[in-house]
Structure formats: structure tokens, C-alpha cells
Design a protein around this ligand. Sequence first.
Ligand code: FES
Length: 167
Amino acid sequence: VTARVALRVNGQRYELDLDTRTTLLDMLREHLRLTGTKKGCDQGQCGACTVIVDGRRINSCLSLAVMHEGADVTTIEGLGTPEKLHPLQAAFVKHDGYQCGYCTPGQICSAVAALDEIRRGVPSHASADLDAQPLLSPAELRERMSGNICRCGAYSNIIEAITEYAG
Ligand code: FES
């Protein structure tokens, strides 16, 4: 079954006729050729496919594109470009927040949305358990970033980069 979906991606409006089984991830990569968003597990386990939808981060592999009629989607291409890096991307470069780089777009999208969650006062497990922790503590950031796996193990550098960017 095909359905039409109209949505905005990185500020640009699209209308697409899609098989209703198409995930948001496959729509981005295969229909819009926005291949910055990565497919790792395709099962909601790794976070490589994280994008921001209406201000919230989601695993785009777990979500059907047709569920996002009218949505505003931001991918890594909407945050920074090779010519003009997002300041968080620059912080990842400075702190070596990656090795192979495959998880990095998802890490960056996730961190941008996580910092926004903190600003909006959205609680996490860490903030519930660790009342005394300042909001931008490494423990808090580790908890908020726990859905993004880095097989190279660059976690401590990733947290350093996010901490510096969050200032
Ligand atoms: Fe979506 Fe792994 S590819 S969570």
C-alpha cells in the first residue's frame, strides 16, 4: 500500500508517495539521499539512526515515515555542513569524540536534543537517582546518551566534547 506523506526535513518541504512500510530512516537515506543518518542495527538498539523530530530525538529505524505527516525533521545535514560545522561537531573533532565515525551523526543529533531536554527540565533516570548531581554532570550526560552505542569506545571523549559544547 502506498500513501502520500508531506513533511519538512531540514527546513525543506517534501511530499512523497511511499510504501506504508517505509521507515523514516529508509525514507531519509533512500528517497531523500540524506545518507548522514546511519543504519546500524535497524532494530532500535544502537542509536546510529537518531534524528530530531519536532524537537525530540527518535530512532528513525523504528518509526514509519507515514507516521510523520506534517512533522519537522532535523538530520545531521540540517545541523552542520563540512564547510560550516555545528559547534558540537567542532567539539567532537577537538576531543576525538569518534574513531570510525559511523555512530557520530546519531551521537550529535542525540546530544543536541539531550541538551535541549536538560534545558527544558525533562528528568532522566540519573537526575531522579542522583539529586545532588549538577545537570550537566558526566553521569547525567552518560545516562542521557546511553541509547547511542559507540563500538570504538570513544565514550569518555564524547562526554568531554558534549560538556565543552554545553559550556
Ligand atoms: Fe536504529 Fe540502530 S539503526 S537504533
